[in-house]
Every structure is written in C-alpha cells, then in structure tokens.
Design a protein around this ligand. Structure first.
Ligand code: AMP
Ligand code: MG
Length: 598
C-alpha cells in the first residue's frame, strides 16, 4: 500500500513515530503532547499494543459485559468516551481501518506509534547508545530525524536533523509539518500529465489529450424559449428588470405601516395581484392585500390573515407581528443589470424559467454539435431486419443515439458500414465532411481486420490507444479533416463507458459548455470488488441510501463488457482507482452517477 492509498480518506495530517524500543518514544511523547496542546493543537495518538492488552479492569461493568459477549462496548460519561471492539485479526490490525475510527472532525494531527513498516510520513527517533542502525537509509518516507549528539549521520543525509532532547524544536517541526500538509489529491481517473514510462494512457491522460484538441463551436443562433432547453447560452442573460419588479406581499393578509402602539387600523380597501393601491397609506391605515400584490406607498409590513380580526371597517392584529415581515423587496431575486445566466451555461428547466421571468424570450445559443455515427462489422445486423446466422443485432448505434440525444447533438446516422476498405473510406469522408465529430464502434481492437485501420490511416490522422481501463481498453482517436474521430470499442458496455468518459467531455466542450466536470460522489460499497493495479475499473453499480442515511453502492453482478443488461440495471459506475486491486465490502469508493447522461 502507498501512503496515498493509506491516507486517502484522512482529513488531517498523519505522522508516524519510528524508533527501536528503548529509544524513549513514550518519554518524548509525554513531553511533546503538552507542548503541542499548549500551542492550541489537538492531537490524536494511535498506538500499537500487545495482542492481549486491556484498558479495562475485571469487576467493572464494562469489563464484565464485554466478557459476557458484547461485540462492541461503548462506555461514555460527560467527560470521556471509550469504544472497545473485539476484532481478532492475523498480524497487525489494518491501519486504514483504524484511522477511519478516529474522530477527525476537531483534530490537527494523528501521531501513529508502534506499527512496523508504516507506509506514511514518519519522524525517526535515534539514540546512539542503543547501537541500532538508522532506519531512514532504507525508508524513503522518513521526513526528519531526532537524535542525540552522539549520533553521527552520514554526510549526504539531507533530512532535517533535530535534537531528541529539545522538545521545543521537535514541536516546531511538527507544527511546520501540519502547516505544510495537503490532503491526498483525488485522481479517480488515474494520473494526469505525461504518460512517459506507462504502456497505457490513464483515463485522465486520455481525456486531457483529447480535450486539448477540442475547439468549441462559435456559430450562434437565436431560439424561442421553448426550444432553448438543453442548449448552451452564447450571450450572457443580463436582467433588464428587477425581479420582482415591485416590492410586494409574500402573503394573503393586511399591509400597513406597522406600529405596535396602534391598537386598530382603518381598512382602506383591497389590493389584488396585478393591481395597485392608488393612494398613500397613512399611520393607522391598512389595506387587505393578496400575495404578489404591490405594497402600497407608506406600508412596510404584511400581517397574515390568521393573525388579524376585522370588524366594522377596522382591523386588529394579534401580538407577535414583526416589523417588515412577509414583504418581498423589488429586485431581491435579480436586480436590473445583474447576470442571471452566464455564457457556457447549459439551459435547464430552471434556467429557461428564469429567462422567461426576465422577459428574455429569444436567448442566443451556440449551434448544436453535429455528430456522425456508424457501426462496423460484417456480423452486425440491423434490428429492423431478420437476424442472419452467426450475426448480432446492432445495439451500439442505438445506445449512441440515446447518449447523443441527451447531449442535444444533431445526429447524422450512416447506418452499418460493411467490412471493406472502400466502403469504410467513403463513409469516413462523408461523415467528416458533414460533422464536427465522427463516432464509430467496433473494429479498433487488436486482432480486428486491418482494413478499418488502413481506411483510417488513408483518411485521417488517427492514434490507436490502449487506455488503462476496463471495460473499453482500445480507443482510436484523431482527426479526419476538421472533424474529430473516435473509434469506440465494439463491445456494447465498452462503447457506452468510453462514450461517457471521452466523448461526453468532448461534446460538452465543443457545444460551448464551460468548465464541465463529471459528477463524482463517495459511497460505501456493500460488495467486495476486484480489479488490477494499474487500470481504472468501471463497475456497473446501483446506488441507494442505506438504512443509516449513508449512500451505498453495490455491483450489478456479472460484468461482461457485452452485457448491456448490466447497464440498464445500473444507475452509476463504481470507480476502482488505478492504485487499488480490490475493494472490500464497507470501503468507501468513487461513484459516477448516470444522472448526467443516461
Ligand atoms: P470489435 O471491437 O469489433 O472487436 O467488437 C467487439 C465485440 O463487440 C464483438 O463481439 C462485436 O460483435 C461486438 N459489436 C461490434 N459492433 C457492435 C454493434 N454495433 N452492436 C453490438 N455489438 C457490437
Ligand atoms: Mg469488429
């Protein structure tokens, strides 16, 4: 396990203390902890102990109940809480699990002591008189050495050296360590940056490379509001009016200039929404007012009907009226000149409502991206015809239709192109001439007939990539003329997953959408999952709220990349990151909901 894996879920810095026994770890900590505490730092200590250690005493209730079989014993007072768990394991307990048990909410640091070979940053303690070797020479994670004056460090040792007897200096070092700490950067799609030294691109490297070649469309058009849904705004929506236009009533009730000293108010009339009270209200006067009706000049408060009693043209109010209540101020939602929606925003139902509320009936949007699609493969057969022997129905073109419709693209469907080079070249040329993006599925894996690769080589500049992901390892990407080309893998789940990860961000950027990022959330996996270190695994999952109010996710079961049923059952992808080869039930994982797209 790497430090990043171990510490990925930690919200505070963790520092290991590493020393041979007899060096005086506990003696030092007993001096260091009060010093850190005097500096206002809250420190937790996680200590390894003998397998049969006891913190409890025979005869105490908590001891007896635990010995009677309580799996967990939580004992608490107004001062202190102690949780004891019976968790026998082979070897050392899992440190990641232990760190997760520490209440990190009000903490500045966790010190870890007594665990061997910790994959985390450590302070080494050393005393020459013990005659033990220095650990840092074999352990790149040692950050500093606190030693006595008799210790001789090699001349080339670049680590900070502290005096083991100078508690102040060690506290300074720890304080600096806390200040310099940064949480482990999340890279759920694998590393960014150069792919040097890797045989396959990480998902993130693939995305970054592709996006660097995407130029957003610049052509715009003006559309009616009812056609604006899902389009991307090309001109900012600046409000020409105040919303609401007038200060108005938020309740059905009575408006007046409220004065607690006035016993009753003279009723001057009724104001309905869409109308106004002509006169000016004087002290002691009120009007009956409906929700949304403009506040009469001179009034400041609306008293709801339930708190009022009317008699003989007069109205009285119950106690408890607050001056100024139930009034919506002019422009409190949006003021004149304020930006209501920015360039690059995709217009959602609320956005279109907002534009309507401002009277912006003709928004200017970017033109839709044009996407040409076709399927390849002699075995691929249109579902509108009878299935030929040894063939499969074309499902990819239909999934792609659905995905492209969700992204509001114009689709040019070229159908199924037979397996021959001339037909392929002709289809590619036609597609690239008409579309911004050309998508094909099938024919890009190792072992596929070469004519697709030949056709691509003669029509454009295409790279055949291996992405460190499953499903969807093969991906062809490049340019044919001005169009971007994606050769998606043929397996139906791989086609969809590769679309989600690579084509979706491309089409969103192309459409003018600004700063789009996939939605990623954390959930607890209720199933154990397997992967392989060095690739990102996308497991079809279903997420739901668990009984304890925590988001949970489970695998849909068999994960064959041809099994489209796993996609229809799923509502998300569970991401097993490159660094992990497995996920235990109960572990927290990244989840990419389909809600963005599917
Ligand atoms: P390929 O990438 O061409 O090697 O295809 C991988 C698998 O996906 C094969 O089993 C193909 O039959 C299948 N496949 C290819 N194209 C489609 C398609 N349009 N619809 C459904 N399955 C397909
Ligand atoms: Mg094929």
């Amino acid at each position: 396990m790497t430090p990043d894996q171990l510490l990925a879920d930690c919200q505070v810095p963790v520092l290991g203390i590493c020393a041979f026994s007899g060096t005086g770890k506990t003696t030092l900590l007993k001096k260091l902890l009060p010093e850190l505490s005097a500096r206002g730092l809250k420190v937790a200590v996680l200590k390894h102990a003998h397998h049969n250690f006891e913190v409890d005493k025979p005869g105490k209730d908590s001891f007896e109940l635990r010995k009677s079989g309580a799996d967990q014993m939580l004992i608490a007072s107004s001062n202190r809480r102690a949780l004891m768990m019976e968790r026998p394991v082979e070897g050392d307990p899992d440190l990641k699990e232990l760190l997760a048990l520490v209440d990190q909410r009000h903490l500045d640091l966790i010190l870890v002591e007594g665990f061997k070979r910790l994959p985390l940053p450590k302070l080494e303690l050393h005393r020459a008189e013990l005659g033990k070797p220095l650990v840092f020479e074999d352990d790149a994670l040692i950050q500093a050495i606190a030693c006595d004056s008799a210790t001789v460090l090699p001349a080339d040792c670049a680590l900070p050296q502290l005096d083991i007897n100078d508690v102040d200096a060690i506290a300074d070092y720890v304080q600096g360590f806390i200040a310099a700490w940064q949480p482990v950067a999340n890279q759920p799609f694998g590393p960014q940056g150069s792919a040097e030294g890797r045989s396959q691109l990480s998902v993130q490297q693939g995305i970054d490379h592709i996006l660097s070649l995407v130029k957003p469309v610049s052509e715009t058009e003006t559309v009616a509001l009812t056609d604006a849904i899902d389009r991307v705004l090309a001109v900012p929506a600046i409000s020409p009016i105040n919303v609401p236009q007038h200060t108005n009533s938020a309740m059905d009730g009575y408006a007046c200039a409220f004065d607690a000293a006035i016993e009753q108010y003279q009723l001057m009339g009724t104001v309905f929404a869409g109308h106004a009270y002509d006169g000016q209200l004087q002290a002691g006067q009120a009007v009956k007012i409906m929700t949304g009706a403009p506040m009469p000049v001179g009034s400041d408060t609306v008293i709801m009907r339930e708190m009022a009693s009317e008699q003989d043209g007069m109205v009285r109010f119950d106690d408890g009226v607050k001056l100024g209540e139930h009034v919506r101020q002019a422009g409190e939602d949006i003021a004149v000149g304020e930006q209501a929606a920015a360039v690059g925003e995709r217009i959602k139902p609320a956005t279109v409502g907002l534009l309507a509320s401002l009277g912006l009936a003709q928004p200017t949007v970017y033109r839709r991206p044009k996407v040409a699609i076709f399927s390849t493969g002699d075995e691929v057969c249109s579902p509108e015809h009878d299935l030929k022997p040894n063939c499969i129905f074309d499902s990819n073109r239909y999934s792609l239709h659905g995905l492209l419709a969700k992204l509001d693209c114009d689709i040019i469907d070229l159908g199924i192109i037979e397996d021959n080079q001339a037909a392929m070249e002709q289809a590619l040329r036609q597609a690239a001439a008409e579309a911004d993006v050309v998508l094909t599925s099938g024919g890009v894996s190792v072992g596929d007939a070469d004519f697709i690769k030949d056709a691509l080589a003669t029509t454009g500049e295409i790279n055949f990539w291996k992405i460190a992901q499953r499903p969807g390892r093969p991906l062809a990407f490049g340019q044919i003329g001005k169009a971007l080309f994606f050769g998606l893998p043929g397996n139906p789940v791989a086609t969809m997953v590769s679309f989600m990860q690579f084509v979706q961000p491309t089409l969103r950027k192309l459409a003018g959408e600004a700063n789009w990022q996939p939605t990623l959330i954390r959930a607890i996996s209720t199933t154990a999952l397997r992967s392989r270190v060095g690739r990102t695994e996308f497991v079809r999952g279903t997420m739901q709220l668990g009984a304890a109010g925590q988001l949970q996710v489970s695998s849909t079961g068999a994960q064959g990349s041809g099994m489209l049923s796993s996609m229809t059952q799923a509502n998300c992808l569970i991401i097993i990151e490159e660094a992990q080869d497995h996920v235990n039930a109960g572990d927290s994982v990244w989840v990419q909901p389909f809600a963005d797209l599917l």
